[in-house]
Design a protein around this ligand. Structure first.
Ligand SMILES: NC(=O)c1ccc[n+]([C@@H]2O[C@H](COP(=O)([O-])OP(=O)(O)OC[C@H]3O[C@@H](n4cnc5c(N)ncnc54)[C@H](O)[C@@H]3O)[C@@H](O)[C@H]2O)c1
Length: 250
């Protein structure tokens, strides 16, 4: 199976840490030119350095995905260099502090929906427009969550946002399928990154017990799936939603 991404230009949001970081590294190892984008400049530049150290191509672009104007600028970065955008990984996301739905404040709700759903709508929208514009197609991967596929008490706003990301993916994918723009979603289960810190050590150990494989996922395992969906090895796949969760079904 050919996963080579030589000559492909990629943007990864939330690329400084966790799943985004591993995705940037793996895509670069397959030969892609990667824009590591994040609000965390220092950590993002570390990722760029790591990629350049093995001879890969990468640069950092600061972008807060809660700001539409910044996303427009980010998605145009390659075009401004007379290159095209081939692959867009919409990965940046946060979790809400555990709270039952009837206790969630409007402020928390709005923040979560803006960060985890509206931002993906914007990233997907502007990336799709560019990919349609030059008629060369492309691959967009949205990072949702298994929380968007079922109920997760205390994580209501996050579940709703991720369910929305899944619907954004499947609907838009069918709209542009015939133009060669593929849009897919990955739904990680609990994966060992900083995002789980909101659950605390006790919460993490409960999560582990509920995973049939008996352990949390590794960010690199999710990055493997994203890289497959980014590559031509997945050329007949669009509008699909992939669980990657060690067998979790709750
Ligand atoms: N780790 C898990 O268990 C898990 C499970 C399912 C889905 N996910 C999803 O995976 C994605 C990556 O999360 P992660 O686990 O790697 O978490 P993480 O906290 O390690 O990484 C998230 C990244 O997003 C960046 N970010 C936060 N706010 C931002 C903003 N406004 N603009 C741009 N970047 C911003 C952070 O700086 C960080 O680099 C998220 O969408 C998350 O919801 C994670």
């Amino acid at each position: 199976m050919e996963l080579s991404l030589k000559g492909k230009n990629v943007i990864v949001t939330g690329g400084a840490l966790g799943i985004g970081k591993e995705t940037c590294v793996l895509l670069a190892k397959q030969g892609a030119n990667v824009i590591v984008s994040d609000i965390k400049e220092i950590e993002g530049n570390f990722v760029v350095e790591e990629i350049q150290n093995f001879g890969g191509e990468a640069s950092f672009v600061k972008c807060d995905v809660t700001k539409e104007e910044e996303i427009i600028q980010l998605t145009n970065t390659f075009q401004n260099q007379n290159k095209r955008l081939d692959i867009m990984v919409n990965n940046a996301g946060i979790a809400n502090k555990p709270s039952f739905m009837h206790k969630v404040t409007t402020e928390v709700w709005n923040k979560l929906i803006l960060m985890d759903l509206t931002s993906v709508f914007w990233c997907q929208k502007y990336a799709t427009k560019l990919m349609l514009g030059d008629r060369l197609g492309g691959s967009i991967i949205n990072v949702a969550s298994i929380a968007g596929l079922g109920a997760s008490p205390s994580l209501g706003p996050y579940c709703v946002a991720k369910a929305g990301v899944i619907e954004l993916t499947t609907t838009a994918a069918l709209e542009v399928a015939k133009y060669g723009v593929r849009i897919n979603a990955v739904c990680p289960g609990w994966t060992e990154t900083a995002i789980l810190d909101v659950a605390g050590e006790r919460g993490k150990s409960t999560m582990e017990k509920n995973i049939p494989m008996g352990r949390l996922g590794k960010p690199k395992e999710v990055a493997n799936l994203i890289t497959f969906l980014a590559s031509d090895a997945s050329s007949f796949i669009t509008g699909s939603v992939y669980r990657i969760d060690g067998g979790t079904r709750s």
